[in-house]
Write a protein that binds this ligand. Structure first.
Ligand code: TA6
Length: 313
């Protein structure tokens, strides 16, 4: 295999939208659109796509791209005059040519820094001054790291409060053959039951119907096991206490215009988030939220899930 040198390339993506492609030596790659600072592709050394993007995704502002890793800011599943997941994913970001120093280790050599600042229009709907810097890193080993730094730059002494999520869509071979480990016994708010609070029972999460749960104060490490592919996604989060797990299943999938009717079978959202305790920044203060995802062979292969167990819980 010819050795490649790591590279960062700005090019045109779908509909001529600006896109940055990060490539690492062993063949892994990441693509991120300037529109929404939206990661839409993360491939391993063998060129296999690890993120789900709907075949019906509309790469056209103001609609957010369906899939990949939408950035939910300044709110997650909120109400009021903002879109439910905020507006960061609907804005055109810029490449940050002079980012303040961010300590990274040697394996973080291939990255791009993006920045979003409010426009006059934004001020009308969310009257706060901020700088949102996103660093997208592809490590030598092919891991994908997102580091968000949000600073309150207001000069009028006004603090602001926000909620946040990396709304990550993982691609899976068959949702009924997927387990999630690390959230068992956690408390969660169930979005399908008016956000009532429950405690997760049993061991790993398995999936046989729509799920939309906000796990509170979840452990920093969560594993998503794709039995068929013998692949495990490992999600590591810092500064993001909560985790959302979402699959629309068949009925909701049909109701989402930019989502294929059967696509729910091949995706699962596991989202590092800060929801239960919104973050407040005084002027000059900065918040940092990091997510690292890796894809590793599932050495522990327990064989196909027991259909009776999966179907009847
Ligand atoms: O993360 C789960 C969720 O909040 C679901 O309730 C569903 O609305 C999903 O996000 C997709 O939201 P979107 O605004 O991207 O269509």
């Amino acid at each position: 295999m010819t050795a490649r040198s790591p590279s960062v390339e700005l090019c045109k993506g779908n509909n001529g939208l600006g896109k940055i492609v990060l490539r690492e030596t062993r063949g892994s790659s990441v693509e991120v659109y300037l529109y929404g600072a939206h990661v839409t592709s993360w491939k391993n050394d063998h060129g296999e796509e690890l993120l789900f993007v709907s075949n019906k995704a509309i790469f056209k502002p103001p609609k957010a791209i369906r899939g990949g890793i939408p950035i939910c800011f300044p709110q997650f599943a909120g109400t009021g005059n903002l879109e439910q997941h905020g507006f960061a994913r609907n804005r055109l970001w810029s490449i940050d040519e002079s980012p303040p120093h961010l300590a990274v280790n040697s394996s973080h050599r291939t990255f791009v820094d993006l920045i979003l600042k409010p426009t006059e229009e934004d001020f009308k709907i969310w009257p706060h001054s901020y700088e949102f810097r996103l660093r997208v890193v592809l490590t030598i080993g092919g891991d994908l790291i997102l580091i968000s730094r949000i600073r309150n730059t207001s000069t009028d002494g006004k603090p602001f409060t926000f909620t946040f999520a990396y709304h990550t869509y993982f691609t899976v071979s068959d949702i009924s053959e997927v387990r999630v480990e690390g959230l068992e016994t956690q408390d969660y708010l169930d979005n399908l039951k008016e956000r009532e609070r429950f405690t997760e029972q049993g061991d790993a999460l398995t999936f046989e119907s729509e799920v939309d749960k906000i796990y509170l104060n979840a452990p920093p490490k969560i594993a998503i096991i794709d039995h068929e592919k013998k692949r495990t996604y490992v999600l590591w989060k810092e500064g993001l206490p909560d985790a959302v797990v979402w699959n629309p299943w068949d009925k909701k999938a049909k109701a989402i215009a930019d989502f294929g009717d059967d696509e729910y079978k091949h995706m699962l959202c596991v989202e590092a988030a800060a929801i239960e305790n919104p973050i407040t920044l005084k002027p000059g203060e900065e918040w940092k939220g990091l997510q690292e995802i890796s894809a590793v062979p599932s050495s522990y292969y327990s064989g196909p899930l027991d259909p009776h167990k999966v179907l009847h819980g």
